[in-house]
Write a protein that binds this ligand. Structure first.
Ligand SMILES: [Zn+2]
Length: 145
């Protein structure tokens, strides 16, 4: 196994931005995940998940952050992205921790920047992996490009 990549100061700031977003907007059963991404031009955008009474309408925090970035900058790519989960109020451990992107978000991140990197959990200290590593044999509608 490869040696995990050390997080830079900017990566830790990205985790802090995602954490601040969900701390501010947490609502039990509605908003539990925060995300932050850094575009190729260095701007940071945050999002929180949009849970919904109709489950299939739910939207992940990563998608909300990407949507905000697209509205402001157009398609500027994703240099780095991270999501964090706020525990429910009853949990003894109230640590807001880095979580891996779900399968759908892996597809989304790859579609918007195939060279994006993702901060993922790795035991005690999160680490950085390329999105392509999280999505082997990505879905394709046609022949491989
Ligand atoms: Zn997701």
């Amino acid at each position: 196994m490869k040696r995990p990549a050390q997080l830079s100061k900017a990566d830790n700031e990205l985790i802090a931005a995602a954490t601040a977003a969900i701390k501010l907007r947490y609502r039990d059963d509605w908003q539990e995940v925060g995300a932050a991404l850094r575009t190729r031009s260095g701007r940071v955008f945050t999002g929180v998940n949009l849970d919904a009474y109709l489950g299939r309408m739910a939207v992940c925090a990563e998608a909300v952050a990407l949507g905000r970035a697209l509205v402001d900058l157009g398609d500027d790519g994703i240099e780095m992205i991270v999501a964090v989960r706020h525990p429910p109020p009853g949990d003894k451990d109230q640590t807001i921790a880095v979580v891996s992107p779900c399968g759908a978000c892996r597809e989304l991140i790859f579609d918007y920047d195939r060279k994006a990197r993702v901060i993922v959990p790795n035991g005690r200290a999160p680490t950085v992996v390329p999105i392509a590593e999280l999505l082997p044999n990505k879905y394709s509608r046609g022949p491989e490009r």
